[in-house]
Ligand binder design. Sequence first.
Ligand SMILES: O=C(O)c1ccccc1NCC(=O)[C@H](O)[C@H](O)COP(=O)(O)O
Length: 254
Amino acid sequence: MLNKILETKKEEISRLVLPEEGQFTKRSFYDALKNPNRHIGLIAEVKKASPSKGLIKENFHPVEIALAYEKGGADCLSVLTDVQYFQGANDYLTAVKNAVNIPILRKDFIIDELQIEEARRIGADAILLIGEALEAERLKELYDDAHSKNLDVLVEVHDIETLERVLKVFTPKLLGVNNRNLKTFETNIHQLKEIAQLIPKDTLLVGESGIYTKEDLDTVKSYGASAVLVGESLMRKENQTEAIKELYGEIVNG
Ligand SMILES: O=C(O)c1ccccc1NCC(=O)[C@H](O)[C@H](O)COP(=O)(O)O
């Protein structure tokens, strides 16, 4: 699936026309996770659908969801902008940016500088770079390009081989380990356990995907994560503010 998505991205980039420059207040995604509201930081994801789960939330109002996440104490947001596979949109990110006061990650499959400039113009504070999608040297080029545009970068890996490839070239400030294999969709809450040993001590570690319960949250934290990225389990609930409190064990819903 990842390779199919990347082929689609190449085609989208060939047709990409940059939007007009927007006027946005830049917020530090990294600083928000460095100083989280709770014992482990939360990147709450605004995601309507996905390849592995199909339609997740039919009654999808991204600004309402984002405000509810913010009210629930999310440190940052992740907003899907991929249209074809996640039913996201650039306009969702811009609308959310104009509504909330916390930093926003553009969740998309970034493989070109044009997409980074586009992210900046639609109001993103950070972008995602997926290790399995890029050669390490190219990943570093895009990483540097994003920072030159005052955007933070969440570098994401799934397995040790990818992490080692990346670390041979550079050390990311912010690194996510995706519990989901983006090629097979297999998800393992313990994915971080082995990989965490190899993470440089000054790198802020984020556990991503397949986090449904406080137990999952505690498991990922026990492996060394300073933050988590959570989408489906929050999106499927009726009330995203309550969903966050339930995830952290602050309320117990039947
Ligand atoms: O989620 C998918 O089906 C998927 C398929 C192919 C590439 C990426 C995919 N998901 C992106 C993500 O990593 C998740 O949206 C994010 O980590 C949140 O995961 P979850 O909490 O399990 O929704």
